[in-house]
Design a protein around this ligand. Structure first.
Ligand SMILES: [Zn+2]
Length: 209
C-alpha cells in the first residue's frame, strides 16, 4: 500500500500519519525527516539537498524524489508519504518516478478554513512560565491570565490570525490542483477532519478497507 496524506496546517495530518502508519504497518515517510536523515548520514543526496538549503533555496523536486525513492528501496512494506507532494508538478513527477508502482491512494483530511484558523490562531503562551493555552481546546480560567502563575498571556507572531491566514492561503493555492489531480485519477479518499483524532483515524481506516 502506497499512500499519501494531504491536509492543511492545523488539520491534524502529522498525528494521523503516525497513527495510521502504526495501525496499517506502513512506514511513515515525512519529507522533513528525510532531509534530516540524509543530512545526518552524509549521503550524496543529503549533501546536495543541504547545499540548496544553505543558500536559502528550495530543494529541487528531483532531489526530493530521489531521496524518497532511495528510502522506499530500503523498505519492503507499504508507506505513507507526509509533506510531499505539495504541488501538482511534484505529484506528476512522483507518479512518473514510481511508474507502474504509482501511488495507490491520496487521503485528504478536509477541515474548513474557519476551523483551521481557529485551531492555528488560538495558541497563547504565559510570559512568565511559558505554559501553553489554547482559546478553543484549553482556555485559561481567567481570560488573559495564566492558571499556573497568574502571568500575562501573549501570542507569538507565528500564532496570530494574520500569519495563519497567510499560511493557509499558500497551502490551498498549491494544494487545490493536487487534490483535483488525485480525484480525476480516482485515487482520492476524502475524510471529514472536524472530528476527534480517534474518529478521523477510524474513518480513514474504514475508507481504506
Ligand atoms: Zn504562567
Amino acid at each position: 500500500m502506497r499512500l499519501i496524506l494531504l491536509g492543511a496546517p492545523g488539520s491534524g495530518k502529522g498525528t494521523q500519519a503516525e497513527r495510521l502508519a502504526e495501525a496499517k504497518g506502513l512506514v511513515h515517510i515525512s519529507s522533513g525527516d528525510l532531509f534530516r536523515k540524509a543530512e545526518k548520514e552524509g549521503t550524496e543526496l543529503g549533501k546536495l539537498a543541504k547545499s540548496y538549503m544553505e543558500k536559502g533555496l528550495l530543494v529541487p523536486d528531483e532531489v526530493t524524489i530521489k531521496m524518497i525513492l532511495e528510502r522506499i528501496s530500503e523498505i519492503d512494506q507499504g508507506f505513507m508519504l507526509d509533506g510531499f507532494p505539495r504541488t501538482l508538478e511534484q505529484a506528476q513527477a512522483l507518479d512518473k518516478a514510481l511508474n507502474k508502482d504509482g501511488i495507490d491512494k491520496a487521503i485528504y483530511i478536509d477541515v474548513s478554513r474557519e476551523e483551521l484558523l481557529r485551531r492555528l490562531s488560538g495558541r497563547w503562551i504565559c510570559k512568565q512560565c511559558q505554559a501553553p493555552y489554547h482559546m478553543v481546546s484549553s482556555p485559561p480560567k481567567i481570560a488573559g491570565r495564566c492558571d499556573v502563575c497568574g502571568g500575562e498571556l501573549y501570542q507569538r507572531a507565528d500564532d496570530t490570525r494574520e500569519t495563519a491566514q497567510k499560511r493557509l492561503e499558500v497551502y490551498f493555492e498549491q494544494t487545490a490542483p493536487l487534490i483535483d489531480y488525485y480525484k480525476e485519477s480516482g485515487r482520492l479518499l476524502e475524510v471529514e477532519g472536524e472530528r476527534s483524532i480517534e474518529e478521523v483515524k477510524e474513518n480513514i481506516l474504514k475508507l481504506l478497507s
